[in-house]
Design a protein around this ligand. Structure first.
Ligand code: SF4
Length: 370
């Protein structure tokens, strides 16, 4: 069914603070537990070439032999420092291939990373993703050090809504349960009943057994969920700045150029885009779809780096790649990860009272999965 209503900050009398596009830089705590480590050599040597050759095999389809000597010394240094620090690197599917395939220990979509974050044994988590993902790891691991290589890595969805907005929605719709996409701040997660990701959004909404649910902040994911359920959905006016740029016309042009092409799209895209797609799913579901179907020619309607990561794994699938990059995800670089491990910056902190409430919402979602 179509969504029942859609709200934004302008629909409330009380202005709510905190709708800035960028996430403020987190407090940088000194390297208190382990001490700083001097910068290792980043020279391209025969030893670096030999010891990183197996990693280059993973990415040779998407990283040229000319680029590799510029990356390999940093990759080697990061992998050695992970052992020294007892650190684990979590990387989202939108990270670039040299991060995703060469230094990450755990890879996946938001749901997979949230679940894996609960199982991490290492002292330190380095989150290669955006700020709300690092906050989620901290919420689930309050006693670990969680680092993000650049805490300015925000998200247009997370910055579209505040905890105060959720409280106003609750006043407007008393008793209606609230589901928050994980692409939200800890403050928002602390105010809602349960979180969801694009992998499990319909399942989470239906698990509440309520006739009406407030679903925030992504209006397009809300529309997608509403099309898959009989639950009445009240949405928020947030959008992903990467996925909302795709258009149905663009997809029709791909199909006209090659009627055999397969098109898969992320549910953060507008409805006219999803109407043209052969398959709609989260990043993890999209990757599974490509692994299982092995299409000859494919258009991936999502953040651009994911297509590189899939092409590195499945070089015989020809991927047409409309290149919409997420500027926030691209703040995470090899140099930044190395600096994080050397200096133990930037540490993510979440107010313990907020974290405790937010943890309930995230764990309620994870328990549904289990
Ligand atoms: S791709 Fe969209 S939803 Fe994901 S981090 Fe970037 S702005 Fe946020």
């Amino acid at each position: 069914m179509p969504i029942a209503a859609i709200y934004g900050p302008e629909d409330f009398d009380q202005p709510t603070p905190g709708h800035s596009a960028a996430v403020p830089r987190s407090r940088v705590s000194p390297a208190k537990r382990h001490g700083a480590i001097p910068m290792p050599s980043l020279e391209w040597t025969p030893e670096v070439e030999r010891s990183t050759a197996h990693l280059y095999e993973r990415v040779r389809q998407v990283i040229s032999p000319v680029e590799w000597p510029l990356m390999a010394p940093t990759i080697k240094a990061i992998n050695e420092l992970k052992k020294t620090r007892d650190a684990v690197i979590l990387a989202h599917n939108y990270q670039t291939p040299e991060i995703f395939h060469c230094v990450a220990d755990i890879r996946g979509d938001s749901l997979q990373l949230a679940i894996e974050a609960t199982r991490v044994k290492s002292d330190i988590i380095v989150q290669c993703g955006v700020h709300f993902m690092a906050e989620t790891s901290k919420i689930l691991n309050p006693n670990k050090m969680v680092l993000i290589p650049d805490s300015r890595a925000g998200c247009s969805l997370a910055s579209s809504i505040t905890g105060a907005d959720v409280r106003l929605l609750r006043e407007r719709f008393p008793g209606v349960p609230v589901v928050a996409y994980v692409n939200t701040s800890a403050d928002v997660k602390a105010e809602v009943d349960i979180c969801c990701t694009s992998s499990n959004a319909v399942q989470v909404v239906e698990s509440l057994n309520a006739p009406t649910v407030i679903f925030l902040p992504d209006q397009y994911l809300a529309r997608y969920v509403a099309s898959k359920t009989d639950v009445r959905i009240i949405a928020w006016k947030g959008a992903c700045e990467v996925h909302e740029r795709f258009t149905g016309d663009e997809l029709r042009a791909y199909r006209e150029a090659d009627p055999t092409v397969q098109i898969i799209a992320h549910p953060e895209c507008p409805p006219d885009v999803l109407a043209e797609a052969d398959f709609t799913g989260s990043t993890a579901h999209m990757i599974d779809w490509v692994r299982n179907r092995h299409p000859k020619r494919l258009v991936m309607i999502t953040e651009c780096s994911m297509a590189d990561n899939v092409r590195a794994e499945l070089p015989d699938v020809e991927i047409v790649q409309p290149c919409n990059l997420c500027p926030h995800m691209k703040r995470i670089t090899l140099a930044g990860i190395l600096d994080s491990l050397l200096t133990l910056r930037e540490e993510v902190s979440v107010d313990p009272l907020v974290a405790e409430k937010a943890r309930r919402s995230v764990e309620r979602m994870i328990n549904l999965e289990n």
